[in-house]
Design a protein around this ligand. Structure first.
Ligand SMILES: [Zn+2]
Length: 114
């Protein structure tokens, strides 16, 4: 499962952050997840619970903030956010574009703990 390696990677990073902050236990990890990241949110929650077992993040929760796709519209000359990535076209003028500016990220934005 693809999400298992992502969860493991994420947990490793979160533990490093937690150690730098002098935390003994992680209670929450806040994550920004792009709509185009290819990650299934439910699968990530499931995978996270598995990899967190027996670590300082055991029983912690994952808080996911979904990030929309941002495209650049060549017609409007502006960036536009799409909460649904398909169809990939400007919501204002309907011009199709493949110029993706964001929406693929998997970023930890905060680690909380005690
Ligand atoms: Zn447009």
């Amino acid at each position: 499962m693809h999400e298992l390696s992502i969860a493991q990677n994420m947990l490793d990073i979160a533990q490093e952050i937690a150690e730098e902050q002098g935390l003994l236990r992680i209670t929450q990890i806040h994550l920004r997840l792009g709509v185009l990241s290819g990650v299934v949110k439910e699968a990530l929650f499931f995978a996270y619970d598995i990899v967190a077992q027996g670590t300082m993040a055991e029983a912690s929760s994952l808080v996911i903030e979904e990030v929309p796709v941002v495209i650049f519209c060549p017609e409007c000359q502006e960036e536009r956010s799409l909460f649904r990535p398909i169809p990939m076209r400007c919501p204002v003028c309907q011009t199709k574009t493949a110029d993706i500016r964001s929406g693929r990220e998997i970023d930890i934005i905060a680690v909380e703990g005690v």
